[in-house]
Design a protein around this ligand. Structure first.
Ligand code: 2P0
Length: 346
């Protein structure tokens, strides 16, 4: 039996996604609408993930939020947008019913933690907002498409609401409401696919993605060329995924990563996310592909120096041993050394 002084609580986890077609630029800062479509692979639930509990009770006197044990303001516009939109949809759905059952009039407490470095270019905001929106949708019984709500928390978060290969579509309607995520293929479509995360550094990035992409759109002349190419690339990589064509998937993934970091360098003042170690990883991957005579492994880098390598299961042992040979994990390095083996369909 529910009473209004009870606490209702929902806990969820959401995985990180790593883009192979990159989101880097908005046409609308407030509603978070992207300049181009993007496509990502969602990693496994047991690997890099956010875990979020949301609770509602009449005993709470204000909305509050803790991230990795530290209290954060809930007054950021993005958290507010998410809370408002969830409550709006819940109200709409519950019109005519007893809304008190859900505690819609009460305050919420949010507790979230990542099991990996926050803000080091490992898509922590993606997993975090996806998890928050999913947990709130369960708490307030909001059904249907919710990736557009996650998008308003952090663009890339909309992609973490689906598993497998996920496309975030550009808006075609004026109000932007159709810019949400769709699953292109489930994980099971390509069960041999693996991702390796090479943690080069767990330090916070020097320019945040939101600010970085704004400056790039404002100042990079190369972005014009990128806009012309990226939709075609998206179609091509979807075909490669559908056909399980690894060499094409890998080549487009690497070219996309390189183009993201090229437009970052073309930004004024320039933005550097990759480090010397990142660039050594790039060289190593190309060397491995040359030695093997076929494209067997791909790298991609986001807004930080850490690498994500995509490869097929059969190639994991030899690639991993080569990576370990060239980048031995230091005992003293704590979290800043390296390598997690991910199987993203478990
Ligand atoms: C991506 N990144 O597609 C690209 C590649 C980083 C490099 O999405 O301003 O944190 O919150 O919408 O989602 C990072 O952007 O930016 C990102 P906001 P977000 O994964």
């Amino acid at each position: 039996q529910k009473t209004s002084s009870q606490i209702r609580c929902v806990t969820c986890t959401a995985p990180v996604n790593i883009a192979v077609i990159k989101y880097w630029g908005k046409t609308d800062e407030k509603r978070i609408l992207p300049t181009n479509p993007s496509l990502s692979v969602t990693l496994g639930q047991d690997e890099l993930r956010a875990k979020t509990s949301v609770a509602v009770s009449s005993r709470f006197t204000e909305d509050r939020m803790w991230l990795n044990g530290i209290e954060q303001s809930v007054n950021s516009p993005r958290v507010q947008n998410v809370l408002k939109e969830i409550r709006r949809r819940a109200h709409k759905r519950k019109s005519g019913e007893n809304k008190d059952d859900l505690g819609l009039a009460h305050h919420v407490h949010i507790v979230s933690e990542n099991n990996f470095p926050t803000a080091a270019g490992l898509a922590s905001s993606a997993a975090g907002y996806a998890c928050l929106v999913y947990a709130l949708s369960k708490l307030f019984e909001v059904n249907g498409e919710i990736s557009d709500i996650a998008r308003q928390g952090s663009g890339s978060a909309c992609r973490s609401l689906y598993g497998g290969y996920v496309l975030w579509k550009m808006a075609s309607k004026d109000d932007g409401s159709d810019s949400h995520a769709v699953q292109v293929q489930p994980e099971s479509h390509w069960p041999q696919m693996r991702a390796l995360i090479l943690v080069v550094s767990d330090q916070k990035k020097h320019v945040g993605s939101t600010e970085g992409m704004q400056t790039t759109v404002q100042t990079s002349e190369l972005m014009e060329t990128r806009f012309k190419l990226v939709e075609r690339r998206t179609e091509d990589i979807i075909k490669a995924i559908n056909d399980r064509d690894f060499p094409t998937f890998a080549k487009i993934t690497m070219q996309e990563s390189n183009q993201l970091h090229a437009v970052c360098l073309d930004t004024y003042p320039p933005i550097f996310y990759m480090t010397d170690t990142s660039r050594l990883i790039v060289r190593l991957v190309h060397a491995i592909n040359d030695i093997l005579g076929k494209v067997k492994v791909a790298y991609t880098f986001d807004a930080g120096p850490n690498a994500c390598l995509y490869l097929l299961e059969e190639d994991v042992p030899r690639v991993l041993s080569l990576v370990r040979h060239f980048f031995p994990a230091s005992k003293d390095a704590g979290n800043s050394s390296f390598v997690t083996g991910l199987k993203f369909d478990e």
